[in-house]
Ligand binder design. Structure first.
Ligand SMILES: Cc1cc2nc3c(=O)[nH]c(=O)nc-3n(C[C@H](O)[C@H](O)[C@H](O)COP(=O)(O)OP(=O)(O)OC[C@H]3O[C@@H](n4cnc5c(N)ncnc54)[C@H](O)[C@@H]3O)c2cc1C
Length: 444
């Protein structure tokens, strides 16, 4: 097609986003597309983050380097790579506007994922977000600082060791369980007693934790969290936050650490596309995972809303994204061979493998392939699922080693007084933990 805009570069297939969906698609590209001139990957970052393990990074169980992988090896000789921010899609001209120029495409695969929707204005300035490995490291630093203050000799404000987590979805639940387990670990291993008891308070606006999952998840999570000492406040909206705590229903909870773990929305890039959007901004896609009016544009992963004939709209999870990527690669292969009809292109098939949620180092809850599991069995499943999802052999080994070393070496970032080294010392300390020749994270 002749374009009326000047195009700086292009490829037959342009893939935006090297996350779960994009990476799994690239690994399954058919041979005719495995060439730099045929396929172009655009991502704004050099590194991709395996974000489902962020809560384990925040409590020092997993090294940040184990969950960050460089994007470049995804391409090798199979595609060209453009590091750029995509700022807009012109569907009529079949071009992308990016910070690195205008990119033309024949087929476009959009996988820009989700963004954290910011907390409402009265909370915004006083809650930490939890959406990236950097956020997890910021939280790790805050928790270590809080432990140091509460076990030190200087006076500590009320709530110095209280963590308020807003949002009882899977992210908030997993984080609450990890933070409670961390405090338990620090209490057992530290020679200094905190002057106030640690508290973890989880706020959820509805009457259920992880409301989109089977009620079994809520039941098991509430029992496990109670055993870990987490206070769960259902039907409770946090209306205000300050630098010293949070306010809800006329009560004030002093809390030095306050985390926003609620609210997910589709990436802005997708919100701006014409089409039918759900309240979180995900755009409706058809049985071939493409835009109904633009069959040359696939939208995969968190950004697209695919409605399963029986299960309804699929949730924005990694397990959906990693099934859609390879499926789209196979669909492209069929189209390159000339199949455009329904018969030649079977619709996307989702295999419902179920869900698994971690509840601290020893716990979990799962409903997978017809089995309802809890406790260590669910935790073992959780670990095997994630080791399977981590496609780089290096990262898989590192994460497995982090889990194995935890028992012998301790928590990363929590030194003998429970604190993290700060500033430029942090990376050095992390590397010392990894190479075992620096200060271990053990709390004597
Ligand atoms: C804290 C947390 C915990 C989670 N835990 C789980 C879990 O336990 N299990 C589970 O199944 N799911 C979990 N998820 C959800 C899971 O991470 C997402 O479903 C998954 O990442 C979606 O994959 P994706 O490919 O759509 O997007 P992503 O993996 O987010 O990748 C998007 C990519 O697009 C790039 N990008 C975005 N916008 C642009 C742009 N404008 N220009 C250029 N590049 C761009 C980004 O840099 C990124 O590389 C969790 C999410 C979070 C935040």
């Amino acid at each position: 097609m002749a374009r009326s805009v000047r195009v700086d570069r292009g490829a037959r297939v342009v893939v935006v986003g090297a996350g779960f969906a994009g990476a799994s698609l690239l690994r399954h590209l058919p041979p005719p597309l495995r060439k730099p001139g045929e396929t172009l990957l655009v991502d704004r970052r050099d590194e991709w983050e395996f974000i489902p393990l962020a809560h384990e990074v925040a409590v020092g169980r997993v090294h940040p380097g184990s969950v960050r992988s460089p994007v470049a090896p995804l391409c090798r000789d199979a595609c060209a790579l453009l590091k750029a921010e995509v700022t807009g899609v012109d569907l009529d001209e079949k071009v992308l506007h990016t910070s690195g120029g205008v990119v033309g495409y024949e087929y476009l695969v959009l996988n820009p994922g989700s963004v954290a929707t910011p907390p409402p204005a009265p909370l915004r300035d006083h809650l930490q977000k939890f959406w990236s490995v950097d956020d997890a490291l910021a939280l790790r630093g805050a928790l270590a600082g809080a432990w140091k203050l509460a076990t030190g000799t200087a006076p500590a404000p009320p709530g110095a060791l209280t963590v308020a987590i807003v949002g009882g979805g899977a992210t908030g639940v997993e984080l609450a369980a990890e933070v409670a387990s961390l405090f338990d670990y620090l209490r057992r291993r530290s020679h200094r007693r905190p002057r106030e008891a640690p508290r973890v308070v989880l706020f959820e606006a509805t009457d259920r934790l992880m409301g989109w999952l089977d009620p079994y998840f809520d039941r098991v999570a509430r029992q496990t969290l109670a055993n870990l000492g987490v206070e769960v406040l259902l039907n409770t909206v946090v209306d205000e936050a300050s630098g010293s705590g949070v306010r809800f229903g006329g009560e004030f909870l002093p809390a030095a650490t306050r985390v926003w773990a609620a609210g997910v929305g589709a990436a802005p890039l997708v919100r701006e596309l014409p089409g039918e959007h759900d309240p979180s901004g995900r755009i409706a896609i058809d049985e071939h995972l493409t835009l109904p009016d633009h069959p040359e544009v696939y939208v995969l992963g968190d950004a697209g809303r695919y409605t399963h004939p029986k299960l309804g709209p699929l949730p924005p999870t990694a397990s959906v994204a990693v099934q859609q990527g390879p499926w789209a690669a196979r669909d492209l292969k069929r189209r390159l061979r000339g199949a455009e009809s329904r018969r030649g292109r079977p619709p996307f098939r989702f295999f419902d493998r179920g869900y698994v949620v971690s509840l601290g180092p020893e716990g979990g809850v799962a409903d997978a392939v017809g089995l309802k599991l809890r406790g260590p069995a669910a935790q073992a499943l959780y670990r095997s699922v994630f080791l399977y999802y981590i496609k780089s052999r290096r990262d898989r080994l590192l994460t497995g080693a982090d889990w194995a070393m935890e028992r012998t070496i301790g928590r990363l970032g929590f030194g003998s007084d429970g604190t993290s080294p700060v500033g430029g010392q942090q990376e050095k300390h992390d590397e010392g933990w990894r190479s075992r020749d620096g200060p271990p994270g053990r709390v004597p």
